[in-house]
Ligand binder design. Structure first.
Ligand SMILES: Cc1cc2nc3c(=O)[nH]c(=O)nc-3n(C[C@H](O)[C@H](O)[C@H](O)COP(=O)(O)OP(=O)(O)OC[C@H]3O[C@@H](n4cnc5c(N)ncnc54)[C@H](O)[C@@H]3O)c2cc1C
Length: 314
């Protein structure tokens, strides 16, 4: 659901116009407070409220590559503390494959689907190879993907390593509460701090945050029907996992399932593309979608998945 524009009352934000990106339906919601927690997009959202405001974020791009475990015969993670340009690099066994990353380079390009560059991939391969007997090539990479870190801007610095990795909260004159920076691992502290700030700047009732002592509950799929089928011979994922993703994890699209529920796209992009038609059929049946939807969903997924193949990177 994308926040597209703000609604005001007495110069204060009193609601939002939203668009459901799955079906393009639009909605209007009214609210007592609004938190802008959109990562590298916080400046874009703030611009909708205060055009030409001073930007908060200096994005940096990082990439990961995934290879078969036969190229890294260890159960243990490895950290290379000093690569050719002084950054760190690690290799970690992950879902029976090995993930290697990450780079960190300043970028001005803020895309919804950032793409790794050849330069970044070669950097990872070269530094990994200098510690390995088997030398990786582009063809050994099963999947490559990029992400953008929202680093908070500080004046007069040149290296991304010097940018603030703590989070920052800014309250605009309109009452918009913006949070950015921080780390994935500090998300609870970020959430507590921003909710407390939002309470303070609005008429919401205050209650002490309980996040510090709350346990995470992870529900996993335990198929008892014995009717599920493996979707790809090299991976343990089954049709039951696909139904579980739809029923319990709010998956609506092929990318939801293959990238962010069973993670096949991140582990092996070609395998994900191979199983896509069958998984798309399950989605079509479950949601009663048309044949046109099936065709367009599959095409959209292939376009995304191709960006995870190193041979398509320029
Ligand atoms: C390669 C890489 C490696 C990293 N490694 C680590 C690590 O090892 N440990 C660690 O702690 N952190 C790590 N990070 C950092 C971590 O991923 C980020 O700090 C974290 O994801 C930021 O969270 P966020 O919620 O602020 O932003 P995001 O995770 O970027 O989420 C912002 C969300 O806002 C949505 N959005 C944008 N615009 C709108 C709009 N108009 N309306 C509605 N929604 C919108 C986006 O779709 C997105 O879902 C890494 C980052 C990268 C890129």
């Amino acid at each position: 659901m994308a926040a597209e524009s703000f609604i005001y009352q007495d110069n204060k934000i009193s609601g939002l116009n939203l668009r459901d990106t799955l079906n393009n339906k639009t909605y209007t919601v009214h609210c007592k407070t609004t938190i802008n927690a959109t990562g590298v997009f916080v400046d874009k959202v703030m611009n909708k409220d205060t055009p030409h405001h001073e930007s908060l974020v200096s994005p940096s791009q990082g990439i990961h590559i995934v290879i078969h475990k036969k190229f890294y015969m260890s159960q243990h993670a490895m950290l290379i503390p000093k690569t050719t340009d002084g950054r760190v690099l690690f290799a970690v066994p992950w879902h029976d494959q090995v993930i290697i990353g990450t780079t960190d380079s300043k970028t001005d390009l803020i895309l919804e689907e950032p793409v790794a560059t050849k330069e970044e991939i070669n950097f990872v391969i070269e530094n990994f190879n200098s510690y390995m007997t088997h030398h990786l090539t582009l063809h050994d990479i099963q999947s490559v993907y990029a992400g953008l870190r929202p680093l908070v801007k500080k004046k007069n610095i040149t290296s991304t390593a010097d940018l603030v990795r703590d989070h920052t909260i800014v309250v605009s004159d309109s009452g918009l509460v913006t949070i950015t920076g921080g780390k994935w691992t500090t998300y609870r502290k970020m959430a507590r701090d921003v909710v407390n700030r939002a309470i303070r700047t609005s008429s919401l009732h205050y209650e002490r945050s309980q996040t510090k002592s709350l346990h995470l509950i992870i529900k996993t799929n335990e198929d008892t029907t014995n009717q599920s089928v493996i979707i790809h011979p090299d991976f343990p994922y089954t049709t039951s996992d696909v139904h579980f993703a739809i029923d319990e994890e709010m998956a609506c699209t092929l990318e939801d399932i293959l990238a962010r529920r069973v993670r096949l796209l991140f582990l092996d992009a070609k395998a994900a593309m191979k199983v896509a038609p069958d998984v798309c059929k399950i989605l079509q049946t479950r949601f009663n979608h048309s044949d046109e939807w099936y065709k367009s969903e599959l095409e959209t997924f292939y376009l995304t998945a191709k960006k995870y193949l190193p041979e398509n990177i320029v």
